[in-house]
Design a protein around this ligand. Structure first.
Ligand code: MN
Length: 214
């Protein structure tokens, strides 16, 4: 992801049909090339006249929203969130056959959720509990504690550092799964790029803008 304005659409790290049969090529194409691209375009258009914010990275646009001019605050929050969330969503998927979590992540998940199955169940329950559009997340706090959280619309879990997100907007699954959100979740979960999640965990533990745990 480009660090700051002008933001550019990151290319998909796999072919548009590479996630079949779990996620169909048409859904992936529309999701990435239309929805994700639209958040990038709108964010750039909003920021274009405001040079003072051209050097701000995405997390700063989201965390320091009170410093933004009233005229663009809401639009920047919505669209910077859309960019941040979709960047993470596509970067943490991989064609099925990804090995499971590396020991360092598996141990942390078992420590904080009880077992891998309990973690999966917690994320699944959060995903099904998202009312309307939003996301279910796995996050790490400044003390290395993992948690599952939900957000609405294009809100992010920042300053908790997100490791993984399930996009529960209907555009993420409706063409193939319609009302079968649980089936979409199971198929999405089969595509999780655990190597990318482990790399994010290492980065998250080194972040200074991560919220301290309780
Ligand atoms: Mn989406």
């Amino acid at each position: 992801m480009t660090a700051h304005y002008p933001f550019a659409l990151p290319p998909l790290p796999y072919a548009r049909d590479a996630l079949e049969p779990h996620l169909d090529a048409r859904t992936v194409s529309i999701h990435h090339d239309r929805h994700f691209a639209a958040y990038i375009d709108r964010l750039n258009r909003l920021l274009a006249p405001y040079e003072a914010y051209h050097s701000w990275p995405l997390p700063k646009l989201l965390l320091c929203r009170e410093e933004l001019p009233d005229a663009i605050r809401l639009g920047v929050c919505r669209n910077a969130g859309g960019v941040y969330n979709h960047d993470l969503y596509f970067a943490t998927l991989t064609p099925a056959s990804s090995p499971g979590p590396a020991p360092v992540l598996e141990e942390a998940l078992i420590r904080d959720f009880g077992s891998m199955e309990d973690f999966r169940a917690a994320l699944h329950a959060a995903a099904l509990d998202v009312f309307g559009s939003g996301y279910a997340w796995l996050c790490v706090d400044g003390r290395g504690r993992l948690s599952v959280v939900k957000t609405a619309n294009q809100d992010t879990p920042l300053p908790l550092y997100p490791l993984l997100c399930s996009d529960l907007w209907e555009h993420a699954y409706y063409l193939r799964y319609q009302y079968r959100k649980g089936e979409y979740f199971d198929n999405w979960y089969a595509l999780v790029n655990w190597q990318a999640v482990v790399e994010r965990l290492a980065r998250g533990l080194g972040q200074t803008d991560v919220a301290p745990g309780p």
